[in-house]
Write a protein that binds this ligand. Structure first.
Ligand code: HEM
Length: 412
């Protein structure tokens, strides 16, 4: 960590600027908030042993989300992580998340109407009823893992309903989604790649089988309408159709499962704020927003510098991979008062919550995630007001991508 060491050419970073340290994955995993808190006042970026540069400050993260010099990574990321081909690679090669310009617009636009806030608001009563029914299911059991019995199921059932996937398939497609999404974290080793690839194959085969079934027997659901429209327009290749649906399944299940668990855990850890929510349900949207800030389920967004980028005098060279750290930005003392204090009454969160990114790639599922998180929390405060943590905060891994969570043990 002398600030001048060479990083691998594979990571797309020829040489770190002088004085910028390279942190190891182990250091970042051990205490991401603490590590970022140490470096953020000193430097706008730090080196990452695998992922190039980590951008730390809220203003820079926000600007670079929209800056055309910082582009989506296309297939650079899997290539640098030892995945040069295959079905895992295809998720990057054919998906909207990693695409730029016109290709990105073509892949994203067929889905924007379905996930628009106005359409999603219409689902709120159904999501509320589903959340309440889930709480009533486990309430008599006394002690449960809230992740398995609740926070995973709300988004899984909802995305199944939107896309027209059978509820009986939930255990299968959610497990595959969680397995595949691990590729976006730094918690996998080269020897794990065959398992990730197997999960990517199985998830794509599952989606392909559902699509084939809809083609031969259309229903009145999103997939049938989508196939009719996409088929008529001929806009997406069949691989692209499958990969966009895979990205919606991953985005639609894993991120919100983790966020739902973290918000419940944080509120139960702060009993006076839990009590305030019970008294005043009007605080629920703010509690959701503050939980997403304080302990975000998505730690970063990946980009590549197409030109050299100057951040307060530190030059990120052209060709470098960049990790825009939402995890760091959301605790930036320059943007938030007492950033390490969890406070559902804070008034300094911007209207567009930074956790959902910015620019062309801003999360397509934001409205859905908010409704699921708000209704999930609302049902808990109404039907399980005496809920308490029995095992402390859930174990959380990951400083980037979709973070990973262990069980959340609660008692009613
Ligand atoms: C708390 C929950 C969620 C968080 C924190 C979150 C966060 C994000 C972020 C930060 C991005 C931008 C990534 C980038 O710029 O590289 C993104 C994109 C995306 N999200 Fe979400 N997300 C959440 C829920 C959802 C849901 C429910 C869906 C399902 C509909 C979804 C689907 C997607 C997709 C498909 C993209 C790619 C959009 C594009 O590239 O144009 N997300 N999300």
């Amino acid at each position: 960590m002398d600030g001048t060491e060479e990083t691998t050419r594979d990571a797309g970073v020829p040489r770190l600027p002088e004085g910028v340290p390279t942190l190891t994955v182990a250091e970042l995993e051990a205490d991401p908030h603490g590590t970022f808190r140490t470096w953020r006042p000193r430097l706008p970026v730090i080196g990452h042993e695998v992922a190039g540069f980590v951008v730390l400050r809220a203003g820079d993260v926000d600007r670079l989300m929209r800056d055309s010099r910082a582009q989506a990574t296309e297939t650079l990321y899997p290539e640098t992580r030892g995945i040069p081909e295959g079905r895992l690679f295809d998720i990057f090669a054919h998906g909207m998340l990693t695409a730029n310009g016109a290709v990105h617009r073509r892949r994203r636009s067929p889905f924007t109407r379905t996930f628009a806030a106005r359409m999603i608001e219409g689902l709120r009563p159904r999501i509320r009823a589903a959340a309440e029914s889930l709480v009533r299911d486990w309430l008599p059991d006394g002690e449960v893992d809230l992740v398995a019995r609740y926070t995973a199921l709300i988004p899984a059932q909802t995305i199944a309903d939107i896309l027209g996937l059978p509820h009986d398939d939930i255990p299968r497609f959610t497990q595959l989604a969680y397995d595949v999404s691990r590729v976006l974290s730094f918690t996998f080793e080269p020897e794990d790649i065959p398992d990730l690839e197997a999960a990517a194959v199985a998830l794509q085969d599952y989606v392909r089988a559902i699509l084939d079934a809809r083609r031969s027997a259309p229903r009145d659901d999103f997939l049938s309408r989508f196939l009719a429209e996409a088929g008529a327009a001929g806009d997406l290749t069949s691989d692209e159709v499958i990969v966009q649906l895979v990205q919606l399944i991953i985005g639609g299940t894993d991120t919100t499962r983790v966020a739902g668990a973290l918000q419940a855990a944080l509120l139960l850890q702060h009993p006076e704020q839990w009590a305030a929510l019970r008294r005043d349900p009007g605080l629920i949207p703010a509690a959701v927003a503050e939980s997403l800030r304080y302990e975000p389920s998505v730690g970063s967004a990946g980009r590549v510098a197409r030109e050299a980028i100057d951040l307060d005098g530190t030059i990120v060279p052209a060709g470098s991979m960049i990790m825009l750290s939402t995890l760091s930005a959301l605790r930036d003392e320059a943007a938030f008062r007492d950033p390490d204090t969890f406070d559902i009454r804070r008034d300094d969160l911007p209207r567009l919550h930074p956790i959902f990114g910015g620019g062309a790639h801003r999360c397509i599922g934001e409205a859905l995630a908010r409704v699921e998180l708000e209704e999930g929390l609302g049902a808990l405060t109404r039907l399980a007001p005496g809920l308490r943590l029995t095992g402390g905060m859930p174990v959380l891994h990951g400083h980037s991508g979709i973070r990973r969570i262990g069980p959340l043990h609660v008692a009613t």
